[in-house]
Design a binder for this molecule. Structure first.
Ligand SMILES: [Ca+2]
Ligand SMILES: [Ca+2]
Length: 355
């Protein structure tokens, strides 16, 4: 793998161009290190001008039930406090996981679940909002979940991450392109939402995106120095606690956890704060601009750099596997340009006041 290389387009479409910035090059170099490479989803960039189906069934996860409907818009109180953000034992050093630093965050409320397609549909119906993917006319979809028909029409790919394909007509309402819809996944997290789309939804709901510090504090659920929202063991008692990738990425997803793409929100256990899918299922946008440099000074309610090119996303997705994207840890992080959208990127909102 070559640092600072550019993504090579097989064919450049008129309305979409992809580029690879230096940070992406870093990801490339990391590909040779276990756990340090990625699903390539941080490489999905638009220019300034401008997704293996299978049965979704699992034995060891909590089934989506009517009870979930009551939780769908529910927020949980996250009591403020100090915590250790980041880690001194980074799984992916170039992502800026280190150093571990003391951070205090005020109390806030957080969505128990990732925002669902149904919730997003309500927002669209109420406001007429048009997402960026709809404006651009396409979005990135993981090849493994595309129909053969859609795949046959695509003539370009991201060379550094060829499993990502720009699909015409892919958006929140048609997650794998025009031959797909959300009818059977109203209780799944919405995808193909850009950062601005996520901000617009949260504003409409009188909420906002979490800062990275708030998100990570919430992810840790009061635990100290633990990898995951529930502890250090990935599969306690043989149970899956998050929708991740099992198998050989990107060619084979065994779906051992029950899902080869998104899962209904609340399919896996909550952390001690009552939050589901903080890691896995879909990546979640935060309000912070991206940097890999952090002060060790004690911080109160940090909001990240004042400006930047990329926004921070947290938690990893159903595409994450330790061999390729060891980012389903609370300290892990990645980035995308704000106008990026993809089949594994969503969000949840927070608010200072009870809604
Ligand atoms: Ca899975
Ligand atoms: Ca998530």
């Amino acid at each position: 793998m070559v640092r600072n290389s550019l993504l090579l387009l097989v064919v450049v479409l008129v309305n979409v161009e992809l580029c690879l910035q230096s940070s992406c090059g870093g990801e490339q170099e990391a590909a040779s290190t276990e756990g340090a490479a990625g699903c390539g989803c941080d490489k999905l960039r638009r220019t300034a001008s401008g997704s293996v189906d299978s049965k979704e069934e699992r034995a060891s996860s909590v089934k989506y039930t009517a009870a979930a409907n009551e939780k769908i818009s529910q927020m949980v109180f996250i009591p403020g406090g100090e915590f250790l953000m980041g880690t001194d034992d980074p799984g992916i050093p170039q992502d800026g996981e280190a150093p571990q630093r003391r951070v205090y965050v005020d109390s806030f409320y957080m969505d128990v679940l990732e925002v669902t397609t149904q919730q997003f549909q309500s927002f669209i119906k109420a406001t007429g909002y048009v997402t960026e993917a709809e404006k651009f006319g396409d979005s990135f979809v993981f090849e493994g979940i595309l129909s053969e028909s859609v795949k046959s029409q695509i003539t370009q790919a991201v060379a550094a991450a060829p499993w990502w394909l720009p699909v015409k007509g892919a958006n929140w309402n048609h997650p794998e392109g025009q031959d797909s819809n959300i009818t059977d996944r109203l209780d799944h997290p919405v995808v193909h939402v850009s950062w601005a789309d996520a901000v617009a939804f949260c504003s409409w709901a009188n909420k906002r995106l979490p800062t990275e510090a708030e998100w990570e504090y919430a992810c840790r659920g009061g635990l100290r120095d633990r990898l995951y929202p529930w502890g250090n063991k990935l599969n306690p008692k043989g149970q899956h606690y998050a929708n991740l990738w099992q198998g050989d990425f990107p060619v084979h997803n065994s779906g051992e956890d029950g899902y080869v793409k998104t899962s209904p929100v609340m399919s896996f256990p909550a952390n001690s704060f009552g939050l589901h899918d903080m890691v896995g299922n879909v990546w979640e946008w935060t309000s912070d601009w991206w940097t890999v440099h952090h002060t060790t000074d004690h911080q109160h309610n940090p909001t990240g750099p004042p400006s930047g090119k990329d926004k921070v996303k947290k938690g990893g997705s159903y595409m994450c596997h330790k061999s390729y994207c060891y980012r389903y840890r609370c300290a892990a992080r990645s980035q995308n340009t704000p106008d990026s959208s993809a089949s594994n990127l969503g969000f949840r909102c927070v608010s200072q006041e009870k809604q």
